[in-house]
Design a protein around this ligand. Structure first.
Ligand code: ADP
Length: 244
Protein backbone atom coordinates (compact mmCIF):
# COMPACT_ATOMS: atom_id res chain seq x y z
CA UNK A 1 0.00 0.00 0.00
CA UNK A 2 2.87 2.37 0.82
CA UNK A 3 6.26 2.24 -0.81
CA UNK A 4 9.02 4.75 -0.07
CA UNK A 5 12.29 4.65 -1.97
CA UNK A 6 15.29 6.88 -1.40
CA UNK A 7 13.23 9.60 0.24
CA UNK A 8 15.21 12.67 1.25
CA UNK A 9 14.07 16.00 2.66
CA UNK A 10 16.23 19.06 3.22
CA UNK A 11 15.25 22.27 4.96
CA UNK A 12 17.90 24.58 3.54
CA UNK A 13 21.25 23.13 4.59
CA UNK A 14 19.65 20.75 7.07
CA UNK A 15 19.18 17.22 5.76
CA UNK A 16 16.28 15.90 7.82
CA UNK A 17 15.53 12.68 5.93
CA UNK A 18 18.60 10.98 4.52
CA UNK A 19 17.27 8.30 2.19
CA UNK A 20 14.34 6.44 3.70
CA UNK A 21 13.24 3.10 2.25
CA UNK A 22 10.06 1.54 3.60
CA UNK A 23 7.27 -0.72 2.44
CA UNK A 24 3.95 -1.05 4.24
CA UNK A 25 1.52 -3.73 3.12
CA UNK A 26 -2.22 -3.17 3.03
CA UNK A 27 -3.86 -3.52 6.43
CA UNK A 28 -0.64 -3.25 8.39
CA UNK A 29 0.01 -0.90 11.29
CA UNK A 30 3.45 0.66 11.49
CA UNK A 31 4.52 2.66 14.52
CA UNK A 32 7.43 5.07 14.13
CA UNK A 33 9.49 5.81 17.23
CA UNK A 34 12.69 7.71 17.84
CA UNK A 35 14.15 10.72 19.63
CA UNK A 36 12.77 14.19 19.12
CA UNK A 37 14.15 15.75 15.95
CA UNK A 38 14.86 12.45 14.22
CA UNK A 39 12.50 13.23 11.32
CA UNK A 40 9.38 11.23 12.25
CA UNK A 41 6.90 14.05 11.67
CA UNK A 42 8.67 15.10 8.48
CA UNK A 43 8.38 11.54 7.18
CA UNK A 44 4.60 11.54 7.73
CA UNK A 45 4.27 15.02 6.23
CA UNK A 46 6.21 13.86 3.15
CA UNK A 47 3.76 10.99 2.72
CA UNK A 48 0.81 13.30 2.25
CA UNK A 49 3.01 15.96 0.68
CA UNK A 50 2.42 18.61 3.32
CA UNK A 51 6.18 18.79 2.84
CA UNK A 52 7.44 18.26 -0.70
CA UNK A 53 10.27 15.71 -0.58
CA UNK A 54 13.63 16.82 -1.96
CA UNK A 55 14.13 13.53 -3.81
CA UNK A 56 12.88 9.98 -3.86
CA UNK A 57 9.90 8.01 -5.06
CA UNK A 58 6.75 7.61 -2.99
CA UNK A 59 3.84 5.34 -3.88
CA UNK A 60 0.51 4.96 -2.16
CA UNK A 61 -1.97 2.52 -3.66
CA UNK A 62 -1.92 2.93 -7.41
CA UNK A 63 -0.29 6.35 -7.43
CA UNK A 64 3.42 7.11 -7.61
CA UNK A 65 5.23 10.43 -7.35
CA UNK A 66 8.88 10.72 -8.35
CA UNK A 67 10.44 13.78 -6.75
CA UNK A 68 13.54 13.73 -8.93
CA UNK A 69 11.22 15.54 -11.38
CA UNK A 70 9.03 18.53 -10.65
CA UNK A 71 5.64 17.18 -9.65
CA UNK A 72 2.51 19.01 -10.84
CA UNK A 73 0.16 20.34 -8.16
CA UNK A 74 -2.80 18.39 -9.51
CA UNK A 75 -0.89 15.13 -9.04
CA UNK A 76 -0.04 16.15 -5.49
CA UNK A 77 -3.70 16.92 -4.74
CA UNK A 78 -4.85 13.53 -6.04
CA UNK A 79 -2.08 11.77 -4.15
CA UNK A 80 -2.91 13.57 -0.91
CA UNK A 81 -6.54 12.49 -1.11
CA UNK A 82 -5.47 8.90 -0.51
CA UNK A 83 -4.26 9.70 2.99
CA UNK A 84 -6.09 10.90 6.05
CA UNK A 85 -3.94 12.73 8.58
CA UNK A 86 -4.57 13.20 12.28
CA UNK A 87 -2.44 15.81 14.02
CA UNK A 88 -1.41 16.47 17.60
CA UNK A 89 -3.70 19.51 17.66
CA UNK A 90 -7.17 18.85 16.36
CA UNK A 91 -7.54 21.82 13.98
CA UNK A 92 -11.32 21.59 13.93
CA UNK A 93 -13.31 24.50 12.55
CA UNK A 94 -14.43 26.27 15.75
CA UNK A 95 -17.62 27.72 14.25
CA UNK A 96 -18.83 24.38 12.88
CA UNK A 97 -20.50 21.55 14.82
CA UNK A 98 -18.90 18.11 15.10
CA UNK A 99 -21.16 16.89 12.29
CA UNK A 100 -20.37 19.87 10.05
CA UNK A 101 -16.65 19.40 10.67
CA UNK A 102 -16.85 15.82 9.43
CA UNK A 103 -19.06 16.79 6.45
CA UNK A 104 -16.74 19.57 5.27
CA UNK A 105 -14.22 17.49 3.26
CA UNK A 106 -16.79 15.31 1.47
CA UNK A 107 -18.82 18.44 0.57
CA UNK A 108 -16.03 20.70 -0.63
CA UNK A 109 -13.39 18.29 -1.93
CA UNK A 110 -15.41 15.25 -2.98
CA UNK A 111 -18.46 17.29 -4.04
CA UNK A 112 -20.82 14.87 -2.34
CA UNK A 113 -24.45 15.86 -1.81
CA UNK A 114 -25.35 17.30 1.58
CA UNK A 115 -27.54 14.31 2.31
CA UNK A 116 -24.83 11.76 1.51
CA UNK A 117 -22.20 13.72 3.45
CA UNK A 118 -24.51 14.04 6.45
CA UNK A 119 -25.36 10.32 6.52
CA UNK A 120 -21.71 9.34 6.30
CA UNK A 121 -20.61 11.89 8.92
CA UNK A 122 -23.29 10.70 11.35
CA UNK A 123 -22.24 7.10 10.91
CA UNK A 124 -18.56 7.97 11.45
CA UNK A 125 -19.31 9.97 14.59
CA UNK A 126 -21.26 6.98 15.89
CA UNK A 127 -18.31 4.79 15.12
CA UNK A 128 -15.94 6.95 17.20
CA UNK A 129 -18.46 6.99 20.05
CA UNK A 130 -19.78 10.51 19.56
CA UNK A 131 -23.28 9.79 18.31
CA UNK A 132 -24.66 12.04 21.04
CA UNK A 133 -22.33 14.97 20.27
CA UNK A 134 -23.05 15.59 16.61
CA UNK A 135 -24.54 19.03 17.05
CA UNK A 136 -22.11 20.49 19.55
CA UNK A 137 -19.22 22.82 18.81
CA UNK A 138 -15.56 21.94 19.41
CA UNK A 139 -15.29 24.17 22.51
CA UNK A 140 -18.00 22.02 24.13
CA UNK A 141 -15.92 18.87 23.67
CA UNK A 142 -13.02 17.48 25.68
CA UNK A 143 -9.63 17.13 23.98
CA UNK A 144 -10.19 13.39 23.55
CA UNK A 145 -13.59 13.96 21.98
CA UNK A 146 -12.17 16.63 19.66
CA UNK A 147 -9.46 14.25 18.56
CA UNK A 148 -12.08 11.58 17.84
CA UNK A 149 -13.93 14.10 15.67
CA UNK A 150 -10.55 14.68 13.96
CA UNK A 151 -10.28 10.96 13.23
CA UNK A 152 -13.87 10.82 11.92
CA UNK A 153 -13.13 13.84 9.73
CA UNK A 154 -10.08 12.12 8.22
CA UNK A 155 -12.04 8.90 7.65
CA UNK A 156 -14.83 10.80 5.88
CA UNK A 157 -12.50 11.24 2.91
CA UNK A 158 -12.30 7.44 2.63
CA UNK A 159 -8.50 7.32 2.57
CA UNK A 160 -6.46 4.24 1.75
CA UNK A 161 -4.00 5.09 4.51
CA UNK A 162 -4.32 6.87 7.86
CA UNK A 163 -1.36 8.86 9.18
CA UNK A 164 -1.29 9.77 12.87
CA UNK A 165 1.22 12.33 14.13
CA UNK A 166 1.41 12.07 17.92
CA UNK A 167 -2.39 12.02 18.16
CA UNK A 168 -2.47 11.77 21.96
CA UNK A 169 0.47 13.98 22.95
CA UNK A 170 -1.65 17.04 23.68
CA UNK A 171 -4.22 15.15 25.77
CA UNK A 172 -4.59 14.89 29.51
CA UNK A 173 -3.56 11.36 30.53
CA UNK A 174 -7.10 10.24 31.35
CA UNK A 175 -8.25 11.06 27.80
CA UNK A 176 -5.50 9.16 25.95
CA UNK A 177 -7.21 5.77 26.24
CA UNK A 178 -10.40 6.72 24.40
CA UNK A 179 -8.42 7.93 21.37
CA UNK A 180 -6.14 4.88 21.35
CA UNK A 181 -9.25 2.67 21.50
CA UNK A 182 -10.64 4.25 18.32
CA UNK A 183 -7.25 3.72 16.66
CA UNK A 184 -7.15 0.08 17.80
CA UNK A 185 -10.62 -0.52 16.37
CA UNK A 186 -9.53 0.98 13.05
CA UNK A 187 -6.49 -1.28 13.00
CA UNK A 188 -8.69 -4.31 13.65
CA UNK A 189 -10.90 -3.35 10.72
CA UNK A 190 -7.86 -3.58 8.47
CA UNK A 191 -6.99 0.09 7.94
CA UNK A 192 -3.39 0.66 6.82
CA UNK A 193 -1.89 2.98 9.41
CA UNK A 194 1.35 4.78 10.07
CA UNK A 195 1.55 6.20 13.58
CA UNK A 196 4.14 8.42 15.26
CA UNK A 197 3.63 8.01 18.98
CA UNK A 198 5.28 7.82 22.37
CA UNK A 199 2.61 5.37 23.56
CA UNK A 200 4.76 2.26 23.81
CA UNK A 201 1.93 0.10 25.11
CA UNK A 202 -0.10 0.92 22.02
CA UNK A 203 2.96 0.18 19.89
CA UNK A 204 3.45 -3.21 21.55
CA UNK A 205 -0.21 -4.19 21.36
CA UNK A 206 -1.27 -2.88 17.97
CA UNK A 207 1.74 -2.46 15.69
CA UNK A 208 2.72 -5.10 13.17
CA UNK A 209 6.05 -3.36 12.75
CA UNK A 210 8.08 -0.80 14.69
CA UNK A 211 10.37 1.59 12.86
CA UNK A 212 13.11 3.16 14.96
CA UNK A 213 14.38 6.39 13.41
CA UNK A 214 17.29 8.51 14.45
CA UNK A 215 18.96 11.40 12.73
CA UNK A 216 17.00 11.06 9.49
CA UNK A 217 17.52 7.36 8.88
CA UNK A 218 15.73 4.13 9.75
CA UNK A 219 18.14 2.57 12.23
CA UNK A 220 16.17 -0.60 12.84
CA UNK A 221 12.77 -2.11 12.17
CA UNK A 222 11.01 -5.23 13.25
CA UNK A 223 8.04 -6.82 14.94
CA UNK A 224 7.37 -5.27 18.35
CA UNK A 225 8.10 -8.50 20.21
CA UNK A 226 11.56 -8.65 18.66
CA UNK A 227 12.49 -4.99 18.52
CA UNK A 228 11.49 -4.17 22.07
CA UNK A 229 12.93 -7.27 23.72
CA UNK A 230 15.92 -7.90 21.53
CA UNK A 231 17.06 -4.74 19.70
CA UNK A 232 20.01 -5.33 17.42
CA UNK A 233 21.43 -1.84 17.18
CA UNK A 234 23.23 0.00 19.98
CA UNK A 235 21.27 3.18 19.23
CA UNK A 236 17.94 1.38 19.50
CA UNK A 237 19.01 -0.12 22.82
CA UNK A 238 20.05 3.28 24.14
CA UNK A 239 16.76 4.88 23.11
CA UNK A 240 14.62 2.09 24.60
CA UNK A 241 16.58 2.25 27.84
CA UNK A 242 15.96 5.99 28.04
CA UNK A 243 12.18 5.76 27.62
CA UNK A 244 11.55 2.77 29.86
P1 ADP B 1 10.52 14.47 15.02
O1 ADP B 1 9.12 14.35 14.53
O2 ADP B 1 11.26 13.17 15.01
O3 ADP B 1 10.64 15.16 16.35
P2 ADP B 1 10.77 16.43 12.92
O4 ADP B 1 10.46 15.74 11.66
O5 ADP B 1 9.70 17.27 13.53
O6 ADP B 1 11.31 15.37 13.97
O7 ADP B 1 12.03 17.36 12.72
C1 ADP B 1 13.25 16.89 12.22
C2 ADP B 1 14.22 18.06 12.05
O8 ADP B 1 13.75 18.91 11.02
C3 ADP B 1 14.36 18.93 13.28
O9 ADP B 1 15.71 19.32 13.38
C4 ADP B 1 13.48 20.11 12.96
O10 ADP B 1 13.94 21.26 13.61
C5 ADP B 1 13.63 20.24 11.47
N1 ADP B 1 12.44 20.82 10.81
C6 ADP B 1 11.20 20.30 10.80
N2 ADP B 1 10.36 21.07 10.08
C7 ADP B 1 11.10 22.12 9.62
C8 ADP B 1 10.80 23.26 8.81
N3 ADP B 1 9.59 23.48 8.29
N4 ADP B 1 11.82 24.11 8.56
C9 ADP B 1 13.07 23.90 9.03
N5 ADP B 1 13.40 22.83 9.79
C10 ADP B 1 12.45 21.95 10.09
Amino acid sequence: MISINGLTKNFGELEVLKGINLQVEKGRVVVVIGPSGSGKTTLLRCLNILEVPTSGVVSIGEQTLDFSDRVANKHIAAFRRQTGMVFQGYNLFPHKTALENVMEGPLTVKKETKKAARTKAASLLNKVGLGDKMDVYPYQLSGGQQQRVGIARALAMEPNVMLFDEPTSALDPELVGEVLKVMKDLAKEGMTMMVVTHEMRFAKEVADEIIFMEDGIVVEKGAPATLFSNPQQVRTRQFLRMIQ
